[in-house]
Design a protein around this ligand. Structure first.
Ligand code: GAP
Length: 515
């Protein structure tokens, strides 16, 4: 694990050093869990969004997009349940004055017990070698059984408390387990309280007339309240989907792990409206479709897994997460939820408007059911950076390379004049003018060619084009491939043909379809 933590630290500093992600307002020491994307980060992020958007709207003729406002009528959040129930249980340590999520403290305690079990298993695996039978060891080893019994009891108590949102019991568990604050080391805890995660502000100029409004904690509600507008204006027939990309805000109590959990982040959500009764089939279909989208990036199938939810929100009848193997373990990147007709019915109730679909085939009206796919852009960004980040030894030197899918890379082609004189920069400019309508290109003139290759590797540029004296004579260049580091002499006129479609989003879209 120490090694993985190390990798994660390196990844975070790589993001900063190469212009991908910076802490927000860094010259003022930053702002907790808020980040800015730099010159390379914004390109990668835009490419991720384009990949998602085009996969939704180009590959499905029954999915259209919208862009709803962040501010919404406050009743939206009453209807959606966020005002009353979008809470986390928080607890403060009186000595360190630090605030924690009570559920996270207990989950960390559970993880510690699991660690103890895993250590016993690893020790035994080393001792017994090939002959080791993990299942048998788990079932018979005294120490493992003891830890497992402790884990089961704690897990049961914790689940019961969370299901009932019994705040006193959550505190009692923290006390009984002798959980200490990692900063002060003490057990001087306050009571557990509910903490609503929505940010609020006021709209209107006078104090009397000001209305409390919220910064949306999810983009989905902007889709639900526009269901009728889109269905009617687009003459949409069920099943159809509405896709949206936009900012969301949550006042997370525990915001850690870089851009994994942020207070301002971006979501890509799609609500797929369907006939009641067909939801489990559509749920299964979207699970598959979304996993295929992830896998087309080429990081390897073993990097992904589903996590089906056993405990469902009261309005959902199926839910799963797509998890990615991050440097800190498998973590949720996307959620796929069968939300029944909960949201549309709630908005109908609170707005007093009829929100239904008239089915021309059966000639009946009903409130559509919804399958939602919801993915965080920033989490997706992190998973891609983690999957792509590689350290290699090349001729005794360290090479850091971002093996990004070429279609997502911030720069597709770097054009590098061997020296910054003798007409080579001008020739590089000429090549740039030739390529820039199709590919994001960059000219780099400073430093040795080796250093420039390393810098391009570090930002994931799939192709480097080196311009030298011979180029002026015969219009050929050296084309270097990022992953293999192989170099080929090619004609400038052939660059288009060689690079072709490989760096375009369409190549990824084709992969999803063909896999
Ligand atoms: N409309 C459903 C919804 O918002 P969610 O599971 O709360 O569901 C969906 O969020 C996705 O949004 C998550 O899978 C994650 O990728 C992203 N997300 C949620 N909270 C986040 C946060 N604080 N920071 C970054 N991404 C977040």
């Amino acid at each position: 694990m120490a090694n993985q933590e190390d990798v994660f630290k390196k990844l975070v500093s790589h993001c900063k050093e190469y212009g991908f992600v910076f802490p927000s307002s860094e010259i003022y020491d930053g702002l907790g869990a808020v980040y800015d994307y730099g010159q390379n980060g914004v390109e990668l992020k835009n490419n991720i969004k384009r990949y998602w958007w085009e996969a939704m709207t180009k590959l499905h003729e029954n999915i259209v997009g919208i862009d709803a406002a962040i501010f919404m009528h406050p009743t939206v959040w009453k209807a959606s349940g966020h005002v009353d129930a979008f809470n986390d249980p928080l607890i403060d340590n009186r000595d360190s004055k630090k605030r924690y999520r009570a559920d996270v403290l207990i989950e960390e305690q559970l993880a510690k017990i699991e660690d103890k079990i895993n250590k016993e298993i690893e020790k035994a695996r080393k001792r017994f070698g090939e002959a080791f039978d993990e299942a048998q060891f788990r079932a018979t080893n005294g120490r493992v059984l003891e830890h497992q019994a402790k884990w089961d009891a704690l897990h049961q108590r914790y689940s019961d408390a969370m299901n009932k949102m019994d705040l006193e019991e959550l505190k009692q568990i923290i006390l009984d387990e002798e959980i200490v604050c990692p900063i002060s080391g003490t057990r001087n805890w306050t009571d557990v309280r509910q903490f609503n995660l929505m940010f609020s502000t006021e709209m209107g100029s006078t104090a009397d007339g000001a209305m409390k409004i919220y910064l949306r904690p999810e983009t989905a509600q902007g889709i639900f309240v526009n269901y009728l507008n889109v269905q009617k204006s687009g003459r949409m027939k069920l099943p159809f989907g509405i896709a949206q990309i936009g900012k969301a805000f949550r006042n997370e109590i525990v915001a850690r792990q870089f851009i994994f959990r942020m207070r301002e982040f971006e979501q890509m959500e799609m609500q797929f409206f369907i006939k009641p009764g067909t939801e489990l089939d559509w749920f299964a279909k979207w699970k598959k479709t979304r996993l295929a989208w992830h896998k087309a990036l080429g990081f390897g199938d073993a990097m992904y897994r589903y996590h089906d939810h056993e405990k469902l929100a009261h309005y959902a009848n199926a839910a799963t997460d797509i998890e990615f193997n991050m440097p800190f373990g498998f973590k949720e990147v996307e959620g796929i939820h069968s939300r029944t007709n909960f949201d549309l019915s709630q908005h109908a109730k609170y707005s007093g408007k009829k929100i239904e679909y008239f089915d021309p085939e059966t000639r009946e009206s009903y409130v559509p059911y919804v399958i939602e796919t919801s993915i965080g852009v920033d989490r997706m960004f992190l998973s891609i950076m983690a999957g792509a980040f590689k350290e290699e030894e090349v001729n005794g030197e360290r090479r850091v390379v971002l093996a990004l899918p070429p279609a997502l890379a911030p720069v597709k082609v770097a054009i590098l004049p061997l020296v910054n004189k003798d007409g080579l920069p001008e020739k590089a400019e000429e090549i740039l003018r030739e390529l820039r309508y199709d590919y994001t290109c960059q000219i780099e003139v400073k430093d040795s060619i080796g250093k420039r290759y390393r810098r391009q590797d570090a930002i994931g540029t799939p192709y480097c084009v080196t311009v030298d004296g011979q180029t002026l004579e015969d219009n050929t260049v050296t084309l270097r491939f990022r992953d293999t580091m192989e170099q080929e002499r090619v004609a400038i006129a052939d660059l288009h043909k060689i690079i072709g479609d490989s760096v375009n989003i369409s190549s990824l879209l084709r992969k999803i379809e063909n896999d």
